[in-house]
Design a binder for this molecule. Structure first.
Ligand code: TYM
Length: 373
């Protein structure tokens, strides 16, 4: 297997999630925690049931607090490095469900500073252009602006920077080096950056002058930031933020990696046309089917490595019984790769049609979501 690495800025190779769990020190979401979660939520989400959100830190504690009447707030974010792809929406879709299920506030950080500092060739103007476009994608999911607040690192610096320096004072360069692989040649802004990503995990507590639990949904790549945040916040008098981590929506070329916008041919973008989606899935989506139709009918396909199947499982077929049926038919050879790809193409295009329609009205709403200082 190709050597893999998972950091907030690069995920390469095939990800071994058990290894990541061990190395990062997160906990797997076990059956009893899942049952308890679903009981308290009074509902269940397919991303939890299918172990797509598979790991956590202190999720049980957040539930304890919730049961005692101490509601948590949600925090997630986006680094505006370019157009968003379908995988980027996963934490937002899940956060929206959590927000509606538990009736809580959601804080969304847009890290314009991060992308400016880490992308050597990107100007701040370009980052801001991306950010507006990304905000439209997030709003298009249908968030309630009364409970959802956007923080922009440079724009909200007045309230964020005083908190960020409190975090920064407790972090040393050697902690950053070992957590993120930065070194003496890294620019000093990038070394400071994690202190900004820590801030929304306790800013609502600062603003409301009340210590509130925080729950952060994200894919596992962002965990190194929150591992450090969890070490520091108790030293500042705030609770450690809890988190739930998902695995990655895979790239078109293989079921165990991470869809990433830096590899254009590996991603489906939210602005792709139906034709582009069809072309990408047909041409690039790795298939778990057999070499010949005869062999496929005889031995069946492998849904575990089939990217079209994985897209249905991760995002686009919410109905468990329909997904199971596809799984069974594909595995037995009754369904061909071409047929499976067609189902994925139709489902993704149906989703994108609605999303692209919603984008049109979302643009006018940006101002309502920006947190007013
Ligand atoms: P960014 O913009 O790289 O990614 C945004 C969110 O999408 C997740 N993600 C994915 N999830 C599933 N499958 C994929 N292929 C995939 N690719 C990315 C990321 O884990 C992330 O949750 N530094 C952050 C921005 C940020 C943030 C946060 C993210 C600031 N505060 C709090 C999560 C929580 C970033 O650049 O994310």
């Amino acid at each position: 297997m190709e050597k893999s690495s998972v950091t907030p800025w690069e995920v390469s190779g095939e990800v071994d999630y058990d290894k990541v769990v061990r190395e990062f020190g997160v906990q797997k979401i076990d059956d009893s925690l899942l049952k308890r979660f679903e009981k308290i939520a009074g509902d269940s989400h397919f991303m939890l049931r299918r172990e797509i959100y598979f790991a956590h830190r202190d999720l049980g504690w957040v539930l304890d607090q919730y049961e005692k009447g101490n509601k948590f707030f949600l925090y997630t974010g986006r680094g505006p490095s370019g157009k968003m792809h379908i995988g980027h929406l996963m934490p937002f879709i899940f956060a929206k469900w959590l927000q509606e299920t538990f009736d809580v506030e959601l804080w969304i950080q847009f890290t314009d500073d991060e992308k400016f500092l880490f992308k050597q060739d990107m100007t701040l103007e370009e980052v801001h252009k991306n950010m507006l476009d990304n905000m439209i994608d997030v709003i298009a999911l249908g968030f309630d602006h009364k409970k959802t607040h956007f923080l922009v690192d440079t724009q909200h610096a007045g309230i964020m920077y005083p908190q960020a320096i409190k975090v920064a004072k407790k972090l040393t360069f050697s902690m950053i080096k070992s957590s993120f692989g930065l070194d003496e040649s890294s620019n000093i802004g990038s070394i400071f950056y994690t202190s900004m990503q820590a801030v929304p995990a306790f800013l609502p507590s600062v603003l409301k002058n009340k210590k509130m639990p925080c729950l952060i949904p994200h894919a596992i790549d962002q965990d190194p930031h929150f591992r450090l945040t969890r070490d520091i916040l108790p030293k500042l008098g705030y609770p450690k933020p809890a988190s739930v981590q998902s695995s990655f929506l895979p790239p078109l070329h293989g079921a165990k990696g991470k869809m990433s916008s830096s590899k254009q041919e590996s991603a489906i973008f939210l602005t792709d046309s139906p034709k582009e989606v069809e072309h990408k899935i047909r041409k690039y989506a790795f298939s778990g089917g057999r070499d010949t139709l005869e062999e496929h009918r005889k031995h069946g396909g492998n849904p575990d490595v089939d990217v079209a199947y994985q897209y249905l499982k991760f995002m686009f077929e919410e109905d468990d019984s329909k997904l199971q049926k596809i799984h069974r038919k594909y595995k037995s050879g009754e369904m061909t790769s071409g047929e499976l790809k067609q189902i994925a193409i139709d489902k993704i295009n149906e989703f994108l049609k609605e999303h692209q329609k919603n984008r049109k009205s979302a643009e006018k709403q940006i101002d309502k979501f920006i947190y007013k200082i």
